[in-house]
Design a protein around this ligand. Sequence first.
Ligand SMILES: *[C@@H]1O[C@H](CO)[C@@H](O)[C@H](O)[C@H]1NC(C)=O
Ligand SMILES: *[C@@H]1O[C@H](CO)[C@@H](O)[C@H](O)[C@H]1NC(C)=O
Ligand SMILES: *[C@@H]1O[C@H](CO)[C@@H](O)[C@H](O)[C@H]1NC(C)=O
Length: 553
Amino acid sequence: MDRENIIYLFLLVLTFFTLQTSTASQMFVSHRHLVGEWRLLHESIGITAMHMQLLHNNKVVIFDRTDFGHSNLSLPRGRCRYNSHDLALQKDCSAHSVLYDIVSNTFRPLMVQTDTWCSSGAVLPNGTLVQTGGFNDGDHIVRSLAPCTDENCDWFELPRTLVQRRWYSTDHILPDARIIVIGGRKQYNYEFYPKNSRGDSAFSLQFLKSTLERYENNLYPFVFLLPDGNLVIFANTRAIILNYKENQVVRELPSIPGDEPRNYPSTGSAVLLPLDENRPMEAEIMVCGGAPRRAYRYADKYKMYMKALSSCGRINVIDDHGIWEMETMPTRRVMSDMLILPDGDIIIINGASRGTAGWNNAISPVTTPVIYRPNVRRDNRFSIMKAASRPRLYHSSAILMTDGRVLVGGSNPQEYYNFTGVEFPTDLSLEAFSPPYLARKHSHLKPTVLSIDEILTYKSSFSATFTVPTFLRIGTVSIRIIAPSFTTHSFSMNQRMVVLKGVVVVAISDNSYKFTAFAPSTKEIAPPGYYMLFVVHAGIPSSGVWVKIQDST
Ligand SMILES: *[C@@H]1O[C@H](CO)[C@@H](O)[C@H](O)[C@H]1NC(C)=O
Ligand SMILES: *[C@@H]1O[C@H](CO)[C@@H](O)[C@H](O)[C@H]1NC(C)=O
Ligand SMILES: *[C@@H]1O[C@H](CO)[C@@H](O)[C@H](O)[C@H]1NC(C)=O
């Protein structure tokens, strides 16, 4: 070999390695020094954002409770609610629910008839929100809200439907399109909506009783549907795998290390980390924050606010020998929300560093969100974001919006929507947090979906076209779907991300590309219904587009 050839060969090898490393580093563009942006959307929407659900028409259903006096928003056309059961007002002409339009940044009042306080919900495959339970005259009620394109949709209340009272329960949509409603105050059982043809009643779940303490610590259990069709249910410090079809506990997981409770009122939060169809299936849950056992009593009785927990644990729940891997957040947190972002990272947002859930039971708000990157080196997973200007304590909430921003609202509603005389008064505002992937610096890498097959059939391939100003390389594109969550009390019910498999990208013209990918393999991986689909290029997500996943017809 002559000298020229050796140099050529050397350059070739060098190029090869450079390409390899650039592929790896370009998978995630650097967000270093970027801490996100906050924007106030509304100083007041008239109610507190205690519960939030995004629908596939890009509108967010928000509601608090009916028995708290007049809100700061009137019902339209002189309507009033006359309810002799109401604890505060027998005649109430104010709204306790609104429909927020994320595109126009406007909202309008909705009307609920019975008390929705501390309730739960899930979205049916056809996009209708089903809300279950509440308090007082609302605790056996099922309400629905079907998305509409005009101004006419409103709550619809079914007559007393639930078998048991459901207050602080958790809902999950199931592969067969039913909703399971689990637990609630003094309820050690679960039931389904709608009932099957035999009109089943409630099924006992001893686990909820055995995790109950004097100050509860097991309400709003963290529930996730697993790829094998079972549910994982976490309450207090423990978790079980439940075969709900047979009413059988398949397995108990090890308790989370530290013996400190994670559920209401020691409210931590939890997510199912993204399910990735490109790898052997794992299902990892991650639980973060919470408050020590005595925190509720100390806050409630003595106005002493114990330090919240700073630990997170994650465990692969479909591995029979899975163990908890513990990590430490940059700050202690109770009442924080955990949301899956379109790039697969987890944001931990809202909450306090002292105290517990419940009225005026917390101080020292933690206004800095934290982003957790599940798949990088252990010592490099958490980054601290920009601080918000307002506290978000009890009864605050957060959800992911279609455009990748996080919608944040609510905090500390006081009786009669009282705004004075307390350290943390009722907060009626709505804010949006834009994570670093929305920074202008990255806009040349941000894909825009041009057209897509809106109906996805299980296991089938589908395609979409998109543009991106600067396309890096094919290996940097992933396609991810996220189920919009029903969020309340720091837990996002039904939230899940699936990373789709078989992604192939081809160029169709300058700056425009076509991808094909496979819809989720099974209903257990992704129950039927509406999802936000994101094209993620070099770590930068497109805005979400709605797709509907269903059986072939
Ligand atoms: C509530 O409404 C009243 C009357 O419209 C207004 O003066 C007040 O500023 C509002 N408060 C909040 C927090 O929105
Ligand atoms: C959605 O499905 C539910 C349950 O099958 C049904 O009651 C409801 O009418 C449907 N809504 C729409 C808008 O089709
Ligand atoms: C609001 O709360 C303060 C402090 O508890 C109290 O003095 C005041 O009377 C309350 N106002 C209303 C309208 O309830």
